[in-house]
Design a protein around this ligand. Sequence first.
Ligand SMILES: N[C@@H](CCC(=O)N[C@@H](CS)C(=O)NCC(=O)O)C(=O)O
Length: 201
Amino acid sequence: VKLRSSLTSPFGRKIRIALAVTGLDDRVELVLANTGDPADSLRQQNPLGKVPTLLLDDGSAVYDSAVILDLLDGLAGRGTLIPTEVDVRAHTLTRAALADGIIEAALLIVQEGRFRPEGAAPNKTWIDLQADKVTRGLTAFEASPPGDGTGVEEITLACALGYQDMRFKGEWRASYPRLVAWLDGFAERVPAFAETTPPVT
Ligand SMILES: N[C@@H](CCC(=O)N[C@@H](CS)C(=O)NCC(=O)O)C(=O)O
């Protein structure tokens, strides 16, 4: 089994942490992908050309990160990463979706800059629309931080906060003290969090 990802993708980081948490990491080889390279086989493996993409031994691909996490949960024993009880599961997956949405909005801000034509002004309307999603999302988590679990909700939020650290100089830390404390605790419980810190790019 191969994991196509980059060292900077926050969605890929979710999978790398989940592999460590479930102990499935020795069954999966990380094969770096360059999403910007049309010649990278990633686009054949996943028509969307996105990471993370998991390649199974039969050659089939599993994506996106939420689906990969569901597969890992099944392989590790149902309930390891995602609760099985119907209502708890829906609420936990909603919180994970909120954390995913925080990552997505932050990524859209980064991409606005990356794909902005030379000399063009920043698209403030777009940036504000996305930044407000991040603010509202982090405010919601600050009001009720996750507990001390290591499941889909906690892993996804940790990656969302880690992405804020990487791309926005950790500015979130001044406004969300409970999340700072929560992330410190998560990092202590889950060594894979520090081990997957993105390289400075
Ligand atoms: N919903 C997807 C999002 C994955 C995603 O957006 N990955 C980014 C890197 S962080 C990517 O591959 N971007 C390249 C592209 O969209 O062409 C997931 O959870 O896996």
